[in-house]
Every structure is written in C-alpha cells, then in structure tokens.
Design a protein. Structure first.
Length: 294
C-alpha cells in the first residue's frame, strides 16, 4: 500500500473509531433483539434492510463481474462471522461476547504474517500471550470448562479477522458502494436461507416496534454505514491501524451493556477483559509504529 498522507489517514482512523462505537452498541441491542427473534431471522432482517439502503449504489456501479464475485466471497466470510457471533450471543453476555470478538484484531497481524510468510514482531507475540491469558480469565468457569456461547463467539472472531484482511486486500480495487453492497447482499442471502427453518415471517410479524427500531438502527449504522466507512478508510490506512481503532468496540459494548442491561463483569472477568484489551493494543501498536517509520 502506498504511503497515505497524514490528513487522510487521520480522518480514516477517526472514522473507524466511530464505526467501532456503533459496533459496540450492537452487542446489548442484539441481546434484546434475540429475545424476540431467532438468530438467523434477525440477521436476515438486518441485512435485508441494509441491502435495500445500498441498492441504488450497487445498481449504479460498473465493476467487472470477477471483482463482484471476489466481494461476494468476502461477504460469505462476513456472514460466518455474524452467524457464529449471533449464535454465541444468545448463550453468553453482551460484554463477554464483545471482548472475545475483539480478539479478531489480535489475529489480524498473525494471519497477515502467515499469508506473507513474515515473522510478527515481539510486540505481537506479547499481545497474543496477554490476550490468551485474558481470554482464559474471561471465559473459563472451571479448570478447562469453556461455555459453548463463548466458543461460538471465538470462532466468529476468527472469521472477522479474516474479513479485515480480505477487505484490506481488495479495498483499493473495488468501489466502496459496490464492495459494501456485494457483502451485504451475500450476508442477506445466506442469512435468509439459514432462517427458513425458523419460520421467519411469523417471528417478524410478532416482533414489537422497539425490536424493529433496533434492527433498523443497526442496519443503517453498524451494517451499511460501517461497511462503507471501513471500505473507504482502508484505502488510506493499513489493516494494523484498522485493528487498533477497533479496540474501542469492546469498550463501547461494555459501557452500553452496563447502561442498557445492567451487566457487570466479575473481578476475574474484568481482569481478563483488561488483559485482552491490553493484548490487542500491544499486538496492533507494534506494526503501526513500524509502518510510521517507513
């Protein structure tokens, strides 16, 4: 990636920080919505609204068909991330789900290192070690007992890490509206197919107005807006910067979960959350410093 000028990179990083805040809100909002809707019905509704909002921009683009297929493949990885996260969110707290999902940014430099066959700097390994210990403190309820919900969210975090890497590879070659629309349509399609056994029309018809309002808000801000901003921002800032900005997501989620749901982490869990957050910062700050020196 060509060296971005400081002003566009700063604007991109700040925009990603806002995106992380909206994503943090989706954890407590998602807990409320999942009390009224089955998981894939919720995802189908959210991404259908998102697809409608993006329809005009998607139809107006003239991207080559192979590129659209590449974007759709990225969308399939995105769907898997949301599928595992949403299934896990039903079985764990919003705060724990957010911090486990935050591990995705620790995995980004690791995936990049494997992909490019480069050894990560020591700060990355130290960050991974801290985050791993934190994950254990946050999720283990016994000597080796991991809750099913936490494990599902962890698989989702791996998928989200792959998504960040893939977006970074393709962001400069596909127009943001086309890229975002292809991903949203892919997630909508796969979610709708997965929702068929849940009898989605009956579930959606019985959902109260407040649930619909939350789903529409998440579709507009955390789905459409976030994808457009992320795709635009990754033209000016590298994946390691993206990961560093996304460290705000679990913090925003924990604050919102406390305010909306009254969730409070136990002392051991809070220590684990802090270690995860510290590990994320360590793993991402090292590559950022190296990039700034170039």
């Amino acid at each position: 990636m060509a060296q971005a000028r400081p002003a566009p990179r700063l604007a991109a990083d700040l925009a990603l920080l806002v995106v992380a805040g909206f994503w943090g809100l989706t954890f407590p909002f998602g807990k409320v919505v999942l009390d009224a809707l089955p998981p894939f019905t919720y995802l189908a509704a959210r991404f259908t609204i998102g697809a409608v909002l993006l329809a005009a921009g998607y139809a107006a683009t003239r991207e080559p068909e192979p590129r659209r297929w590449s974007a759709a493949a990225v969308g399939a990885v995105f769907f898997l991330g949301y599928a595992f996260q949403t299934l896990g969110l039903r079985l764990t707290t919003a705060s724990k789900a957010a911090f486990i999902t935050g591990l995705s940014v620790v995995l980004v430099p690791v995936i990049g290192a494997v992909w490019l066959r480069r050894t990560p700097p020591p700060a990355v390994w130290l960050g991974i070690a801290a985050a791993t210990v934190g994950l254990g403190l946050l999720t283990l309820d016994g000597p080796a007992a991991v809750q099913t919900g936490d494990l599902l969210v962890l698989v989702g975090a791996l998928c989200f890490a792959l998504h960040i890497v893939f977006v970074g590879r393709l962001a400069t070659s596909i127009a943001p509206p086309a890229f975002a629309a292809a991903q949203v349509v892919t997630v909508m399609t796969l979610s709708t197919l997965a929702a068929l056994p849940e009898r989605p029309l009956a579930a959606l018809g019985a959902a109260p107005a407040g649930v619909w309002a939350m789903v529409a808000f998440m579709a507009a801000t955390a789905t459409v807006g976030a994808l457009l901003v992320q795709t635009w921002a990754q033209r000016f800032t590298p994946p390691s910067h993206v990961g560093l900005m996304f460290t705000f997501e679990p913090v925003a989620a924990a604050v919102a979960a406390y305010a909306l749901l009254g969730e409070v982490l136990a002392a051991r869990q809070a220590l684990g959350a802090l270690l995860i957050l510290g590990g994320i910062v360590l793993a991402e700050a090292g590559p950022v410093v190296e990039e700034e020196r170039r």
